[in-house]
Design a protein. Structure first.
Lengths: 113, 114
């Protein structure tokens, strides 16, 4: 199925640095979700966004629903080693029935202590 | 959030055999889905599990290969039939609860086909 354009594909950062990743699409979405997946685990929901322009925080994580409804970003502040993992964005289209999600390709984050 | 369990958590199977994966949720949910995640890849939707009726399959997935059952609002099974090494993946159950519009994933079943 259609994939979202998620970037960057991978990031290597030092502990304490801030991180930013984003997703873009040619389609309009009415919901954006951000997940983190650890090795051998299922994706865990981090933040859900429902309105254009919405800015939501969850601890050191902040995500925004783009005004155009075609993009979203996730920021992680003051990264720590346990932030390591794969981060996925996912969008639910306005016209999609059955609540199907479209997923980005993922951003692999590595944090060096 | 919804608590989702999957059985088995992992399995190693022989070519040509079938494996049934179970998904149990701790509360009633409106929608249940099955996803596949091939090594190093993103998640791909296999089908929507419909209670009391046939599942709705995505393009590229067919009922003969991936039969799905959903007898009630908290349980579903996915069978991977006549397996080949190309079926080696993580299979994930996912649910949406009414009024929340959030989607949660189970821990996954890691399948290796020899």
């Amino acid at each position: 199925g259609q994939q979202l354009n998620q970037s960057p594909q991978s990031m290597f950062i030092q502990e304490g640095e801030d991180v930013s990743m984003n997703c873009t699409s040619s389609s309009i979405f009415n919901t954006w979700l951000w997940y983190k997946q650890d090795p051998g685990e299922g994706p865990v929901l981090l933040i859900a966004l429902y309105k254009a322009g919405e800015l939501t925080s969850n601890g050191r994580l902040t995500a925004q629903f783009g005004i155009t409804r075609k993009d979203s970003f996730l920021n992680i502040s003051a990264s720590i080693p346990s932030d390591v993992g794969i981060y996925f964005c996912a969008g639910r289209k306005v016209e999609t029935s059955g609540s199907r999600l479209t997923f980005g390709e993922g951003t692999q984050l590595t944090v060096n202590p | 959030s919804a608590v989702i369990s999957q059985k088995p958590s992992r399995d190693i199977c022989q070519r040509g055999t079938s494996l049934t994966i179970q998904c149990q949720v701790d509360s009633q949910v409106t929608m249940m889905f099955w996803y596949r995640q091939q090594p190093g890849q993103s998640l791909t939707l296999i089908a929507t599990a419909n209670q009391g009726s046939e599942a709705t399959y995505e393009s590229g997935f067919v009922i003969d290969k991936f039969p799905i059952s959903r007898p009630n609002l908290t349980f579903s099974t996915l069978t991977v039939s006549n397996m080949s090494p190309e079926d080696s993946s993580i299979y994930l159950c996912s649910v949406v609860r009414a009024a929340y519009n959030e989607q949660f994933f189970g821990p996954g079943t890691r399948l290796t086909v020899l």
